[in-house]
Design a binder for this molecule. Structure first.
Ligand SMILES: Nc1ncnc2c1ncn2[C@@H]1O[C@H](COP(=O)(O)OP(=O)(O)OP(=O)(O)O)[C@@H](O)[C@H]1O
Length: 490
């Protein structure tokens, strides 16, 4: 057993007890919540009627839901009679999934909140949850955050009431910020058990992972630094080079994927992957499986795999740009050094983004020992420029827009006013090889609160490749005070 598994199995007052459990990334929390819930289901003499869900597990992402279901199937593989574990998550055919769900005996269901709510909206399907014994929130802090809380409240309204049905609540995560305390009572009794394998005085990341930062002067240096870093680490890595590079937005990730596919075209051993929310679910699932099995390669990813995902033997994690929070940094670093393995982690920030290091002083991040941009021959800017010519205009235009949307939500910390933000975005566009700022829709500009800001190239982006459909150009005027364009899609 890993420490968290031992703690849960030996220190819970009983396997039906409510609990809040914290343990570092990659230390086996999945089995730590599956075992007590399954054991108490098996040991109970309650006969759960066929077709009724007994254990409901909520996950923030589809990939994680599928992974948990696989772990559950592995744990129960030898049991007779079989315990069926089903999944319910978006992006797949609801009809097909429902047919399997309604035709089977889904004693365990692993679901994402949106699809589960779809199910629960139907009274007949909601009835299948009348015998629920255990509700588990994996990545509990995220599930209890504003973004998910509305959906979670809807789910809780449609499940049997906790007080009457007395179902067990279990919350697990590597990070448990104090801000979730007020909402814990939605799933846990007041006298729930709290278990942690993390000393509050130690770092929240895995100790074995050396962590480095590189600060570059501006946004136009970022990909250069990334290319230099990947080459340096590749040369000095003895075993397999299996890397996850996190970007801030789905479209930014698509851009990096396209750029590095060009840069690495001649390297036959390093396959390049991407995982972000704008891909189809079948593509996401296929890529997840391929990268799980790959011995080496580079995955460009957004936060759809920032938490919980278990890709074996990831040797390096690189974060490009700001993580959404210090906790999210910790989860991303946790994609390496899992289950006792080694790993290295890096973050590349611009001067303006450097504040992240000050705000998160508790994180053990050291300066990278080499100046990535010092040796221009090594960072090969010409090679990068050539690779950018092979990236299509639409990908660049979308990345530009996503960059604006993401950074707009950090303007205060980045000490940008709207004009400076757009200037920096245009510098980013130049670094991508765009002769002028990519077109951006008037409505998008309005939503971002950038109406009237100098330097924007307003017009309609054509799907066929970023051709122009009209031009507003730079016009002076009142800034738009409406909030909008919060962080782009993950
Ligand atoms: N007792 C064990 N012995 C060896 N390997 C284990 C054990 N328990 C779990 N593992 C493996 O360790 C890896 C990490 O486990 P898991 O994904 O549950 O971590 P986690 O704590 O949930 O991480 P995260 O915080 O990232 O969600 C998985 O590959 C899992 O199969």
């Amino acid at each position: 057993m890993t420490p968290v598994q031992e703690k849960v199995l030996t220190e819970l007052p009983n396997y039906q007890a409510d609990c809040l459990v914290q343990a570092k990334t990659g230390t086996g929390k999945t089995i730590a919540f599956l075992l007590p819930a399954l054991q108490s289901l098996l040991a109970s003499n309650q006969n759960i009627p066929k077709g009724q869900v007994a254990i409901l597990i909520l996950s923030p992402t589809r990939e994680l839901a599928l992974q948990i279901a696989k772990e559950c199937n592995a744990v129960t593989a030898k049991l007779q009679p079989k315990i069926e574990c089903h999944t319910a998550y978006g992006g797949t055919s609801k009809e097909r999934d429902l047919k399997t769900f309604l035709g089977g005996d889904p004693k365990v269901l692993v679901a994402t909140p949106g699809r589960l709510n779809d199910y629960l909206n139907d009274e007949y399907i909601a009835h299948k949850f009348q015998s629920i014994r255990t509700l588990i929130l994996d990545e509990a802090d995220q599930m209890l955050e504003a973004g998910f809380l509305v959906a979670l409240n809807d789910i809780l309204r449609r499940l049997p009431q906790k007080q009457q049905a007395n179902w067990q609540g279990m919350c697990f995560s590597a990070t448990i910020p104090p801000k979730i305390q007020p909402v814990l009572s939605k799933v846990l009794k007041n006298d729930h058990t709290r278990l942690s394998t993390v000393d509050p005085n130690e770092t929240p990341t895995i100790d074995r992972v050396p962590q480095f930062f590189a600060v570059v002067p501006s946004v136009s240096d970022v990909y250069n630094a990334l290319w230099a870093l990947l080459q340096m680490e590749y040369k000095s890595t003895v075993g397999d080079f299996k890397v996850i590079v996190f970007g801030t937005t789905a479209n930014g990730v698509a851009l990096m994927h396209s750029l590095f596919t060009n840069l690495l075209a001649s390297n036959s051993t390093l396959q390049v992957f991407q995982l972000q929310s704008r891909l189809t679910q079948s593509n996401r699932t296929r890529t997840t499986n391929e990268f799980k099995e790959a011995k080496a390669g580079i995955m460009f990813a957004s936060d759809v795999i920032g938490r919980g995902m278990d890709f074996p033997n990831v040797s390096h994690v690189v974060q490009v740009g700001l993580p959404s929070s210090g906790d999210q940094y910790v989860h991303r670093v946790g994609r390496t050094a899992r289950a006792g393995n080694e790993g290295r982690a890096f973050i590349i920030l611009t001067q303006r983004e450097r504040f992240f290091l000050h705000v998160n002083k508790r994180l053990p991040i050291q300066p990278y020992p080499v100046d990535l941009l010092e040796d221009l021959a090594l960072s090969q800017p010409r090679e990068l420029a050539a690779a950018f010519t092979g990236v299509d205009q639409l990908t660049k235009a979308k990345a530009y827009q996503a960059w604006l949307g993401f950074n707009k939500s950090f303007t205060k910390q980045l000490q940008f006013d709207n004009n400076m933000l757009v200037q920096e975005a245009n510098e980013y566009a130049r670094a991508m090889g765009c002769p002028e700022p990519p077109l951006i829709d008037r409505t998008v500009v309005g939503k971002m609160g950038l109406r009237g800001v100098q330097g924007l190239n307003i017009g309609h982006i054509e799907r066929s490749g970023g051709g122009r459909g009209g031009r507003g150009g730079a016009r002076g005027g009142q800034g738009d005070s409406r909030r909008g364009g919060r962080r782009g899609k993950k």
